[in-house]
Design a protein around this ligand. Structure first.
Ligand SMILES: [Zn+2]
Ligand SMILES: [Zn+2]
Length: 371
């Protein structure tokens, strides 16, 4: 068998409930704990591939006491129900979001904010615009324009989709996965989570299958519903520039709005507070400021997370699911990122190329592949 993989690993990988049940019945409890070359048990593989029902069944079987045939059935039934309800939840979400995601909503928010800014802040019933404030307002508006270009770029660009195995009608698609020659593949590192049963390919390390895009993406970061696209090797830099521009725009326009509102407050009678005056007299500017601050907080949070990950050359997916990936563990089993070349190189590679080269980063990969 290849790379320490048992039939149960295969069955778990494919999410085949019947095969798993038969193999579990026929085998011993120890077989459930056998790890493949990358250190994954059948249950972990099933969970990694999104076969919750199979993963829960194998997990329960390896941990729990011996069960009778009847309780197996019950266990499978309840798991099936759980899997079904979660699938229903997924379906509901995808129906709500459609294939377009939230990108049209974000576009509407940006347009509404821009109109509010021009109408209520720059040209509103406030004081006369000074040269400095005018200059900053123009800067903010130019940045909005730049942000929209970046928004279009990261939403429409190929995030680094990996070419799928073309299925023609004569070939049985089920067999394609079995025809992959693992011994002669240069990218196969013995890590079973590299096999994608949907795309029928061995994907490079650091890539992941996106269920929304239905494709495997190189250096997968995350699927961003706000741009309705994955963030991966090819569009991560655009995404980062978009975030930075969003930050700058919302910061400058918030400062301009606060300055405009502040200078527009006349000496008030003692019973009227400045807050009341601003809300009543300049509602458009207040609504804009509220929206703008929400965008500023969101953009700042995202940018901070991205900066910290870029500096360490780790993707969002890797930081969240570090425990799933064998290549992120050292020989002592502790977390170790082989792609971290030091903050300076990570950042310069990202800014110049938009991504880092992974092939040279982890020599053990080649050794594993060659052995
Ligand atoms: Zn895939
Ligand atoms: Zn995606």
């Amino acid at each position: 068998m290849l790379s320490g993989c048992t039939p149960l690993h295969w069955a778990a990988l494919r999410g085949n409930v019947e095969a798993c049940t038969v193999l579990v019945h026929a085998g011993t409890k120890q077989e459930l704990m056998v790890k493949d070359k990358a250190g994954f048990t059948p249950s972990q593989l099933a969970s990694d591939k999104g076969h919750r029902q199979v993963a829960l069944f194998l997990d329960m079987r390896s941990k729990g006491p011996a069960r009778t045939g009847l309780s197996y059935g019950r266990c499978l039934d309840s798991n099936a129900q759980r899997a079904h309800s979660s699938r229903w939840g997924d379906k509901f979400c995808s129906k709500m979001m459609g294939d377009t995601g939230f990108a049209p909503i974000l576009l509407c928010i940006i347009i509404i904010c821009t109109v509010l800014f021009i109408n209520s802040v720059v040209a509103g019933n406030l004081t006369k615009v000074t040269a400095v404030v005018g200059l900053w307002s123009w800067t903010a508006l130019s940045l909005v324009f730049g942000s929209l270009i970046m928004f279009y770029r990261c939403a429409s660009k190929d995030p680094g989709y990996i070419k799928r195995y073309e299925v023609d009608n004569r070939t049985n698609s089920e067999d394609l996965l079995l025809t992959i020659d693992l011994n002669n593949s240069s990218i196969w590192t013995g890590n079973w989570s590299q096999l994608c049963p949907t795309c029928k390919i061995i994907r490079p390390v650091r890539s992941k299958h996106c269920p929304t895009c239905k494709r495997c993406v190189e250096q997968f970061d995350h699927h961003c519903p706000w741009i309705s696209n994955c963030v991966g090797k090819r569009n991560k830099r655009d995404f980062f520039i978009f975030l930075c521009m969003g930050n700058l725009t919302s910061l400058i326009s918030a400062a301009v709005t606060i300055q405009r509102l502040w200078t527009a407050i006349p000496p008030l009678p003692s019973e009227e507070t400045w807050m009341h005056h601003v809300v009543v007299q300049h509602p458009g500017a207040v609504v804009f400021l509220a929206l703008d601050i929400v965008i500023l907080i969101a953009a700042t949070t995202l940018t901070t997370i991205q900066v910290s990950q870029i500096a360490r050359n780790i993707t969002t997916n890797e930081s969240v699911n570090a425990i799933r990936y064998g290549y992120l563990r050292g020989t002592d089993g502790r977390f170790r990122n082989p792609y971290n070349h030091g903050c300076q190189k990570n950042c310069s590679d990202f800014l110049i190329n938009g991504y880092t080269n992974d092939e040279i980063a982890w020599p053990p990969l080649q050794q594993v592949a060659a052995s």
